[in-house]
Write a protein that binds this ligand. Structure first.
Ligand code: IPE
Ligand code: IPE
Ligand code: MG
Length: 238
């Protein structure tokens, strides 16, 4: 029985979870799971290009993740710097435009220069936009948008009455990016964990027990197949 993916989403987003448990199952330190998770990122990125998906975004590090032990945070930041540099050739070969979005104020200088370098180098690539949400949380995004909007309207607050959801969305860090059609979360957890709260209002959700470092093309295709079978109604009746 070969079922077909009949609907290709424009934007797929993944909450990559379960790295620590994957490592623990193998009697290793949690960070070993983060290291192996990089392979899964490469696999889903290349599969997205093959399938013609235009946006792939990955919840890579949340604002809350800063509260993890300093050694794990440090490891993750170093891994980010190394992986971004290591994947650049791949991005160019596959036509991947790289973006990193989140609270830059909390990110170390070396991470900022790695992401800025990769964004500049890949800015003209057209096949897939790969977005890493780094030091990101949904509530932070909504708050920073509200603050910036308040500044813009300070001298003419009466105009706020004309701000609709679309106009507000332009203040979010995802201003130019379509809302995710599908959000996948790995590792069996079934929660949003302060991810794309505004943008995910009508995203389809797929949860899989597979731990992130084990997640490969076939798991991805399975989630996309499930998405193909969903009926998106947006509150309407058919
Ligand atoms: C996801 O894996 C990676 C990050 C959140 C940075 P975890 O590190 O959360 O792994 P578990 O959930 O503890 O297994
Ligand atoms: C969500 O995973 C954040 C990322 C995948 C970056 P967490 O492991 O931090 O989420 P909780 O703590 O299980 O909600
Ligand atoms: Mg986790």
């Amino acid at each position: 029985m070969e079922e077909k993916i009949t609907k290709i989403p424009t934007h797929v987003s993944i909450i990559m979870d379960g790295n620590g448990r994957w490592a623990r199952e193998r009697g290793k330190e949690r960070v070993f799971g983060h290291l192996n998770g990089v392979e899964s990122v490469r696999a889903v990125t290349e599969e997205s290009v093959r399938l013609g998906i235009k946006y792939l975004s990955l919840y890579t590090f949340s604002e809350e993740n800063w509260s993890r032990p300093e050694s794990e945070v440090g490891y993750l930041m170093n891994l980010m710097i190394k992986s971004i540099a290591g994947e650049l050739d791949n991005f160019m070969r596959n036509g991947v435009r790289f973006l990193a979005l989140g609270n830059r104020e909390h990110l170390p200088e070396l991470v900022l220069s790695a992401i800025d370098g990769a964004m500049e180098a890949t800015k003209d690539n057209k096949n897939l936009t790969l977005i890493l949400f780094l030091s990101y949380s949904g509530r932070w995004d909504i708050l920073q948008a509200a603050r910036r909007m308040a500044e813009d309207f300070a001298s003419h607050p009466g105009d706020l009455a004309g701000v609709d959801a679309e106009a507000f969305g332009r203040y979010l860090v995802t201003a130019d990016i379509p809302d995710p059609d599908l959000i996948i979360r790995t590792s069996g957890e079934e929660r949003i964990s302060n991810y794309l709260l505004w943008q995910g209002a009508y995203s389809e959700l797929v949860f899989t027990p597979v731990l992130w470092p084990d997640f490969r093309e076939e798991d991805y295709r399975k989630a996309l197949l499930e998405y193909s079978l969903r009926d998106r109604r947006y509150g309407k009746v058919k």
